[in-house]
Every structure is written in C-alpha cells, then in structure tokens.
Design a protein around this ligand. Structure first.
Ligand code: KAL
Length: 256
C-alpha cells in the first residue's frame, strides 16, 4: 500500500457516507495521511464532523468554505496555512446544478442556472487551485471529479455535462500553469455511483444496469475504487502525470 504518512490533504465536498469525497478521505486515511475537511455551510457541518470523528485515531481539521465566495476561500486557506503550515494535495469533489435544469432539454437551460452550475462546478476549481498553490510549498497534487457526460451527451446530464467539460479543460490549463511549481492537476472520471448527487434521478438503476451489461469489467465501481485511484494521483507513484483525466469506470468509456 502507498504511504502518505506525514502528508496533509484537503478534502472538499463530503456530504454523507456515500460521497465519493468520503471514499477518497477513507483511502487517504488508510494511506496514513492527515486530513482537513471543508464543508459549505452549517447544515453540512455536523455530518462531516461525525464522519471525521469516525476515523480511527482522528487527527483531522474542519474548515467552513463556500466555494462561491472568494472571501470564504481566502479565509479557509489562510486558516489551513495557520493550522498546518503546508499541504500536499486537494480533493475537489464539488458540483451543483438546479434540479429543474437536470431534466428536459439542455436548450431550455436558463442563464442563471447555467452560470450557477459553472460557478460551483468548474470555476471553483480555478479559485481553489489558486488558493492551494499558496499553501503547497513543497509542490502538490490536485484531484477533481468529473463524469463521462463532460465528454459526450448523456441523457439528463445537460448543463452539468457542459460544466464538466469546462472543468476538464480547466484541469489542463491549470496543469500547465502550476507544473512549474511541481503542482499536478488531474481529474477522475468516475462511473455512476449512488451518491446524494444522484438522488432523485429516476432512471439511475437503468444507468447502473447498462454499466453491468456493457462495461468491460461488467460491474459498477465503488467509492473505495475511486478513493484508491485518487491516492495514486496524490502519491509520488503518479509523479509523471498531470493534466490527465483518469477514467475509473470499469472501462465503460472505451465502448462505442
Ligand atoms: C446522467 C446522470 C444522471 C443524473 C443527472 C444529473 C446529475 C447531476 C449532478 C449534480 C451535481 C446534482 C445536483 O446538483 C443535485 C441538486 O440539484 C440537488 N441536490 C442537492 O442539493 C444535494 C442536497 C447536494 C448535496 O448535492 C449537491 N450536488 O450539492 C449522471 C449520473 C449517472 C452520475 C452522477 C450522479 C454524476 C455527478 O456529476 O454527480
């Protein structure tokens, strides 16, 4: 197993125990890393605290951070710097789109809905990377989460697909900017997992079933698998990789 002992990682976007962010946190914890969790608002704080406390030998820090606020972002990373000095990576696991924009046709997307989704789901990575750079004295690794709908049209993913396309392009431009500081930026394109984001998606079972039938591995992926791949991207084993989109999807993306 890869050891990340003595290294500190910020995990943004844990909503509950089903979150991919939580899968990443658990894998990082198993690798011996120190963890800092950020939560968007008070409503989410209690759940994140309970999860953080459930980790064996918890040595974790929680910081509030609404990524749509430049002030919050600055305060959050200043507080992190004050508490730990420097960090070695950030897991950015944050996305949002209004429910009403995730059905019907993309052509009907409102300006406000489009901008909100871009702000939370794509621009936030740029802002986080800028703040994180100031706290990554020894270089580092930034990992964000995307989905195949950023590369192709997937039913109902609509404006989130466009936000993920912007996120994936941002990964490449950020990788180019931050490479000279030995900061790597990559994304993981996870197969469908039943998280809070997927809640209320009527045909989610159909989506999962299609993966079981068509993906090379003939099964769906788990939070743990995404978490372990993130640990690889955070570790020195991936030191030659940046600007990459790693598909952790049972191979589904290669199928026509
Ligand atoms: C094709 C798929 C089916 C699902 C379609 C759209 C999924 C969009 C993801 C987006 C992030 C979901 C939301 O923003 C939901 C939001 O409107 C309501 N939920 C919330 O506000 C909850 C409480 C909070 C915690 O959620 C967020 N996001 O803040 C895509 C599937 C197969 C794969 C998925 C689920 C991909 C993905 O991007 O999550």
């Amino acid at each position: 197993m890869i050891s990340l002992k003595g290294k500190t990682f910020v995990v943004m976007g844990v909503a509950n125990f089903r979150s991919i962010a939580w899968g990443i946190a658990q894998s990082l914890h198993t690798a011996g890393a120190n963890l800092i969790f950020t939560y968007a608002n008070e409503r989410l704080e209690k759940g994140v605290r309970e999860l953080a406390d459930s980790l064996e030998n918890p040595n974790t820090i929680l910081v509030q951070c609404d990524v749509t606020s430049d002030e919050d972002l600055a305060k959050c990373f200043a507080s992190i710097k004050e508490q730990v000095g420097s960090i070695h990576g950030v897991a950015h696991c944050i996305a949002f789109a209004n429910k009403e924009d995730l059905k019907g046709e993309f052509v009907d997307t409102s300006r406000a809905g489009y901008l909100l989704s871009q702000d939370v789901s794509a621009y936030s990575l740029v802002a986080v990377a800028r703040e994180a750079k100031a706290v990554m004295a020894e270089g580092g690794s930034i990992v964000t989460l995307t989905y195949l709908g950023g590369e192709r049209v997937m039913q109902n993913y609509n404006l989130m697909g466009v936000s993920k396309a912007a996120l994936e392009a941002s990964v490449r431009y950020l990788a180019n900017d931050l490479g000279k500081y030995n900061i790597r930026v990559n994304s993981i394109s996870a197969g469908p997992i039943r998280t809070l984001s997927a809640k209320g998606v009527g045909d989610f079972n159909t989506i999962l079933k299609e993966i079981e039938e068509k993906a090379p591995l003939r099964r769906n992926v788990t939070q743990e698998e995404v978490g372990d791949s993130a640990v690889f991207l955070f570790s020195d084993l991936s030191r030659g990789i940046t600007g990459e989109n790693l598909h952790v999807d049972s191979g589904y993306h290669i199928m026509g």
